[in-house]
Design a protein around this ligand. Sequence first.
Ligand SMILES: [Zn+2]
Length: 621
Amino acid sequence: MSAINTFLLQNNLRIATNPCVSPDFCLDWPALRSAIQTAQPIHAWPHSRFETAAGQWVLLEDAATGDCAWRLDARTGAAPVNTLADGVALADGAAIFPATFANLLRLKNLIQAHNPQSTIFPSATEQLGRSTLGIGARFTTLHWPAVEWAMAQLGIGVTANQNSIPRELVYDTDVMLAGKLDTVPFPFIGTNVPEGHQGQSVEGMSHGCVLSKLKTGFHTRGIAWSFNADHQPIGGKFDSREDALVTGCVLASYITFDLSPELAQTKVADDAAAWCAAHVPAALIATVKARVAQAGLTLNETDFAKLLAYVWPSLQKMKVRDGKYAAARAQAFTTEVGRAYLRELSIDELPGLTTPETTAIMLALCEALGMKIHFVAPAFGFQKNMPYPDNAALRTLIEKQWAVCANFGASIGFHSGSGKSAENYQVMGAVTGGRLEIKTSGRYTYEMGRGLFASKNSADQALWRDWYRFTLELALLGAYSTDATEQKMARVFIVDALAKSGHGTDVFASPAATRTALEALTPSPEHMFWFEYNFLHVLAADGRAEKAALGDHTPAGYRQRARFYTISDEGRLNFAKNIAAYIVFLARNTGLASAATCTAAETRLAGYTNLTAMLNDIAKA
Ligand SMILES: [Zn+2]
């Protein structure tokens, strides 16, 4: 048994209440196998049926533990037990297999060889490479059904699974168990938090998002969707583990390349032009210059040399990494459709607002290196969760970028895309003609808070109160920190919450005065300090508001995570409705779906009074 499955079983951390930690969706196959063999009650998901050459498949689940299995019925005779690994025959002629990650990879080949149009797995269709919404999946199994509902009702596929790896997801559970995950600096908290601060592993997420499509029957709609391995770090300190990153992301159909780790350690030579002449092939430089000129831009030679000298080391590493993503897919998958993936180039991490020249040079370089870029993400000066204040200025900025992107056949990726105004999204959609991606992630943690806050269930209310208290305590700690950035940010969050609630903001005479002021506030998910610190509560050891407790990958962290996965049906419904409503809002304002379609979806959504009714509208009727 794998180390992670042993760890989870020993600590009674089961998939039902702690999903997507293990790459496998079956922790205890001997127990599940014998339960199926002895006809104990095991749920067969009715919408999950699909076919391969070997016969008919259905997904089985032990509702108590969350352990899953595949049942195969051959068209005639007994089903072959060697179709996947660890199979056993049932008395009725069917074969059953554990839902391990290894079996999932094999099943993908069987499914796509039998039906290349199948939408059970994420894919890289032309449409998904032109126009999509990036939906960060912070709460995994609680989250996906809402995204599936929105895609089904709107009739469009989106990036239905997305998270940054290794920042938000555990890239390797063995490294996690060894306590050797790296840390990520969070200057606004004045500390470093272990990577993978949401607790799930990349393989576990990859597995869970596919099973979710089968459970809800989303796959019966035939709508292709994608899975984005977001902000894959290139170079710098990530060189030593790039093979592990590649292996973990093998099911992602869409890779975002983030060059910033390598750029952070690149020193541009004093004579950049001489450096380029010595290090970059002359033919490639000529090709890039000609391509940029063809796009209608005039290059300043000095600026060009400086930029090229700055980005060339990272682009070479990107090329190597890209080859590894392709090779991993070629090795694991047997079909063209199964091997294809989309690419995004993230350049919003480069200093300052991105100029059209920079975008053109980067796209021309990728083109010359044989890497087709589907999305490019320039910096527009967006602040996370803040509307862009000037729509006319935003239009001008996007128009300049769009002129370049259109020439290269790339769409624009809008990073830090959550929380913009309807008018901002309208401008993004109108200027690009819908050839865009809006990346949203943190928004959905907020929607969980709103969902719990509005729930009448007492356990949901207790979780909400603890969550709110956790952020209040972190804000108080931060407001008196000796770390200047941490103190400044905490006070900004506190002042914002007080001011928006009509309270006085002169509250920093003493910690006691600040506490009194904060405790006089009516708890609300609209308070900025709750919004900014909330994601850290998910894996805080026993929910403690202490820096040392954050991002805790021991049983204390996972027990805390389980609280979110045991919320009531009312809490789940609220959360699902909030997510779906936000996706419809984005689709309406960017123009990815028609106003009439969006209105119909909103009306239907508003009418649900229980989660089952909502889930029943996902599969094709
Ligand atoms: Zn980015």
